[in-house]
Design a binder for this molecule. Structure first.
Ligand code: FE2
Length: 378
């Protein structure tokens, strides 16, 4: 008995020391069919500024990459310009989607070493990239599906984005929509694999299980899902992992997996301090959001109580509201941002709440199912 408890204490102490300190999300890279046109959409509709570019004009022969930024959010949109490249094969299989969830670290070599020795599959050993403004070190490991995590160490770099990219500015008119930072990134994995990926984040990356939702929390007449949220030591990185649960008909997670051809990133939640202004802007520029029935607002105020925002505007803009022990949150989900019913975005404003909108899941899923039915996939 004595020995076990000493061991447990030792284990707790090592666990308490963060072996993978993360400063935040560095960037998110999408592989898309036409990066030039996607870049136009994210600039014009979403208010991201073009900050850098890599492509044939900069000496890159197989791809074009547009780097967009709003607040602390950095997106790379990459297309292959040749057939039979890793990027074009990825795109043929998955369609537009998230390839890289890159994490900002102080030591990309140590991040690689600590995670691979705990069982992560390495996809890129620590590599130094240099230009006249300094150097960065990047390494990468595999996560669910064909998605990867890059570790980006940029403390010795002063350039626009990364070596290999040229500074660029938007040539279209860009009006920022108040997006500040990445709040969380959600992964969809195949039935029965959620716990394996939760364990991966716990064991390999030192994350902690934050929350669990089961099918009692999140089920509608037709479909259900299970979800667990893992978070790193300082809480800057939060990765909810979903898997489908049995329902009468096909769940939205199964629909995603069927069309993405495997596990992948389901949505990226981006934070704003003023969701009414953000959603007003985005809607006016053609960003499409999930429809929430008026009946949702008949019961919501009873559930969440008083909020500081204009409730009429919340209803008019179809914004969802939820409350937990620490406060409330306002959120809204876009429709998929490509023709395959796969990745989408969430807009979130946190007013104290640290949760993910559990109270909205049911209303939300009923809305997603209406869209699924329209696609003939329910
Ligand atoms: Fe979310």
């Amino acid at each position: 008995m004595m020995e076990t408890s000493t061991l447990e204490t030792a284990k707790d102490e090592t666990k308490a020391k963060d072996f993978l300190p993360l400063n935040g999300t560095d960037h998110i890279e999408f592989y898309v069919g036409n990066a030039k046109q996607s870049a136009y959409y994210y600039q014009s509709a979403w208010g991201y500024q073009l900050i850098a570019y890599a492509g044939p004009e900069t000496g890159v022969r197989d791809r074009a990459s547009y780097v967009l930024r709003q607040g602390k959010i950095t997106l790379i949109l990459t297309s292959s310009i040749l057939p039979d490249t890793e990027i074009s094969k990825h795109h043929q299989k998955h369609g537009d989607g998230v390839k890289v969830l890159a994490l900002w670290v102080d030591d990309a070599r140590k991040s690689y070493e600590e995670t691979t020795k705990r069982g992560a599959k390495g996809v890129m050993e620590p590599t130094v990239y240099k230009d006249e403004t300094g150097e960065v070190v990047i390494s990468a490991i595999q996560t669910y599906g064909e998605t990867i995590h890059k570790f980006v160490e940029r403390k010795n770099y002063k350039g626009a984005f990364l070596p290999g990219y040229q500074k660029r500015e938007s040539t279209v008119s860009v009006k920022p929509a108040g997006l500040k930072h990445v709040d969380h990134c959600v992964g969809n994995v195949e039935l029965g694999h959620m716990n394996e990926w939760v364990k991966f984040y716990e064991d390999v990356m030192g994350f902690k299980l934050l929350l669990t939702f089961d099918d009692k929390d999140i089920s509608t007449e037709y479909s259900a899902l299970m979800s667990k949220v893992v978070s790193n030591g300082n809480g800057y990185i939060k990765f909810p992992i979903n898997e489908p649960a049995d329902g009468k008909k096909k769940s939205q997670i199964e629909e995603y997996i069927e069309f993405y051809k495997g596990a992948g990133c389901q949505h990226i939640a981006v934070a704003t301090d003023d969701i009414i202004a953000t959603v007003t802007d985005l809607r006016s520029r053609g960003v499409e959001f999930l429809y929430v029935p008026d009946t949702y607002y008949d019961e919501v105020w009873g559930r969440v109580g008083k909020i500081n925002e204009d409730v009429e505007a919340i209803k008019r803009l179809n914004i969802l509201v939820d409350r937990d022990e620490e406060g409330y949150l306002l959120q809204l989900f876009t429709k998929p941002v490509q023709d395959r019913p796969t990745v989408f975005f969430e807009i979130i404003q946190r007013c104290g709440a640290k949760s993910f909108g559990k109270g909205n899941f049911k209303a939300l899923f009923e809305s997603i199912e209406r869209e699924q039915a329209l696609r003939g996939n329910l």
